[in-house]
Design a protein around this ligand. Structure first.
Ligand SMILES: Cc1ncc(COP(=O)(O)O)c(C=O)c1O
Length: 377
């Protein structure tokens, strides 16, 4: 995989295995931001219509990445947590309603539902341990369950869920299906239609290789108007730009969730990053990530004292592999790795590695050698 290496310019001694946290940008994202900065200095917003065209291209790219039926189904949001909050505080709840989540969710996909406790809504956690995590999630749904919300790939263990099965199960049970897609979108193909999901959201700074602070929110069109709005402004109006109207209505499209001025700087970068992923193709991206995770699994698994905490079955994996070393505290392990320029993070029971499609084999081989040297008694 040499063709896309010139898209990245990380420091030569850096071993970056932290894409599940915050990714380095590709060169083209940096170039887009530089161009935008220069344009702002020289011309200000003289060519604002061009910026809006760029923003529309970004929406189109995100809609394709999600396989959303239309760009009208996606809103540009601040982050995953904001979009989750739009769902939680947009749906009408009744006391006694239940929401099913897993017991491995990132806090954003747990506390937002727990925040509904004052409305009498109860959160039920299903365990993902065991051979049939989807079975456990579906079995946790009862007559009072209104919604299931899961992360496509769990942030700590890296367990990837069968979203198609969950979507079909939720449909059968008449339960709304919400996917925190941040650990899958940009790493593996994603398909809101195949998953029959009602809501999906992700920020751009992980697998999509963009900056922090600009994400996407998909809402199935039939549900769009059922979400009560909590943010209002000029940008979310059907007749955006007609400042002389005295009456107004929210946009019919998902733009209704975008209250005011857009994050145009972030849009410049994310649009450029997504153009790279689209050029490579999501099937290729996923295959290259799987290969790199496999290299890590085999290399780490061969080191005495190393324990792997992520699924060994490739069908269950995303881009995350977590491990620990017997007798070494994860925090100490992480500090030692970082000191040797292996960029990673302690999460859950282990230290988490997360390569992307462009990660060179050299990075993996050197990292495995470093782990072996730490594990050596
Ligand atoms: C599964 C998952 N959901 C949500 C987030 C955070 O999302 P955001 O910062 O976009 O709100 C993270 C970040 O690590 C995550 O791993």
């Amino acid at each position: 995989m040499t063709t896309f290496l010139d898209e990245f310019a990380q420091a030569p001694d850096l071993r970056y295995l932290n894409h599940a946290a915050v990714s380095p940008w590709p060169n083209r994202a940096a170039a887009a931001v530089t161009r935008f900065a220069q344009e702002n200095v020289l011309l200000g917003a003289r060519d604002y219509p061009d910026w809006m065209s760029l923003e529309q291209r970004l929406r189109e790219r995100l809609a394709r990445l999600l396989n959303a039926p239309s760009t009208d189904d996606v809103a540009l949001v601040k982050n995953t947590s904001e979009a989750l909050s739009f769902v939680a505080f947009g749906l009408p709840w009744q006391s006694g309603d239940q929401i099913v989540i897993s017991d491995e969710e990132f806090p954003s996909n747990r506390i937002v539902w727990e925040a509904l406790a004052s409305q009498g809504v109860e959160v039920v956690q299903a365990s993902l341990k065991g051979d049939d995590p989807e079975g456990s999630l579906l079995a946790a749904c009862g007559p009072r369950t209104r919604l299931m919300s899961v992360s496509a790939v769990q942030f700590a263990s890296g367990v990837r869920l069968d979203l198609q099965r969950l979507g079909a199960g939720c449909k059968q049970l008449n339960v709304l299906f919400c996917i925190d897609a941040i650990q899958q979108l940009g790493a593996q193909p994603f398909d809101v239609q195949r998953y029959q999901c009602d809501f999906a959201m992700a920020d751009g700074h992980k697998w999509m290789l963009g900056p922090e602070g600009l994400g996407v929110f998909y809402v199935r069109s039939e549900l769009r108007e059922r979400l009560k709005l909590h943010e209002f402004g000029w940008h979310m109006l059907e007749h955006m730009g007609d400042y002389n109207r005295s009456t107004w209505e929210p946009a019919k499209s998902a733009r209704r969730f975008e209250c005011g001025s857009p994050n145009m700087l972030g849009a410049m970068a994310l649009e450029a990053s997504l153009s790279l992923l689209e050029e490579v193709g999501m099937d290729t991206v996923a295959a290259l990530i799987a290969e790199r995770v496999q290299w890590l699994q085999e290399g780490l698994g061969a080191i005495a004292g190393v324990k792997l905490h992520s699924p060994l079955n490739p069908a269950r994996r995303g881009g995350i592999i977590s491990f620990s070393i017997d007798g070494i505290d994860n925090q100490a392990l992480w500090t030692t790795l970082m000191a040797q320029q292996v960029v990673c993070i302690p999460r859950g029971p282990g230290v988490r590695f997360s390569p992307h499609f462009y990660t060179e084999k050299r990075v993996i081989t050197e990292t495995i050698a470093i782990v072996a040297s730490i594990a050596k008694p």
